[in-house]
Design a protein around this ligand. Structure first.
Ligand code: CP
Ligand code: NVA
Length: 303
């Protein structure tokens, strides 16, 4: 594994290995066991979009592993003034030991990996959010003890989160059901991938059919970063796609509720359901730290 660009590139074995490493790193941190496999290494963190969790968890994570994180806002980099990504990549590859990037186009992340000569980690694109889904799988496994055969349901926009949850959930052995409006379905490449899983994958516009007997019900914002101008229109399109107590009544009695955050209460999730499941949702946010530390160790330790 040279990069972490999208879950479509990862094998089931690699996903499970990263989850096991993340559990181990969490245990070590909680028990004060010093583990600094990235001593002297520098991670550049390029952000073309806002972030709370991704920025802070990567920066704290690399520090805990003995290395240093360097926050690089695209407002300040020459990339923001049009320097080509392949030139930026070839320069950063001379200074750094790894790059984490949050941007719009998946192709930009793929190009950075192609030209940089150092590991690249995708911290969210319009296409996917693979680091988030590693934390999500880790959290479900922590709460339920296993992943195999569990039903993961996603309600809302067929966006980067939906794309990554489909691939990650299916590769991890889960059943995945997705409810989106027909006009906002997940990416066609992801739907084509999911076809090979037969009836382990379900795509519908009926939120109750998707959530029936689910072990975890996931949702995300109706308007993602970059879609702020469509927010009013999207509020109409997604009006019937809220995770609330009525929907949760058809899921398993002990079903988890998950959200990558930030959340918009009374849009994609009711305030009541959010607060009832806040323990799970903030465990999920915490696990970004541990899951990403595993990804960094795997990619950067032996270089
Ligand atoms: N879930 C997530 O990626 O959060 P941030 O946008 O705050 O990084
Ligand atoms: N779909 C959201 C996820 C944020 C973590 C976005 O792209 O803005």
């Amino acid at each position: 594994m040279n990069h972490f660009l999208k879950l479509l590139d990862c094998s089931t074995e690699e996903i499970v290995e990263l989850l096991d490493m993340a559990d181990q790193l969490k245990y070590e941190l909680k028990h004060g066991i010093n583990h600094k496999p990235l001593e002297g290494k520098t991670l550049g963190m390029i952000f073309q979009k806002s972030s709370t969790r991704t920025r802070v968890s990567f920066e704290a994570g690399i520090y805990q592993l003995g290395g240093m994180g360097m926050f690089l806002s695209s407002h300040d980099l020459q990339i923001g003034r049009g320097e080509p990504v392949e030139d930026t990549a070839r320069v950063l590859g001379r200074y750094l030991d790894g790059i984490m990037i949050r941007t719009f186009a998946q192709q930009e992340v793929e190009d950075l990996a192609k030209y940089g000569g150092i590991p690249v980690i995708n911290g969210l694109t319009d296409f996917c959010h693979p680091c988030q889904v590693m934390a999500d799988l880790m959290t479900i496994r922590e709460h339920k003890g296993h992943l195999d055969g569990l039903k993961l349901c996603y309600i809302g926009d067929g966006n980067n989160m939906a794309n990554s949850l489909i691939v990650g959930g299916l590769k991890a052995g889960m059943k995945v059901s997705i409810a989106t409006p027909k006009s906002h379905q997940p990416d066609p490449t992801v739907l084509a991938f999911a076809q090979q899983y037969g009836d382990k994958f379900q795509l519908t516009d009926d939120i109750f059919a998707a959530a029936a007997d689910a072990d975890a019900v996931y949702t995300d914002v109706w308007a993602s970063m970059g879609q702020e101008g469509e927010a009013a229109e999207r509020r109409k399109v997604f009006a019937g796609y809220q995770v609330n107590e009525k929907l949760m009544s058809v899921a398993h009695g002990d079903a988890m509720v998950m959200h990558c955050l930030p959340a918009h209460r009374e849009e994609e999730i009711s305030a009541e359901t959010f607060e009832k499941h806040a323990g799970e949702i903030f465990d999920e946010a915490e696990n970004r730290l541990h899951a990403q530390k595993a990804i960094m160790v795997k990619l950067m330790a032996d270089r």
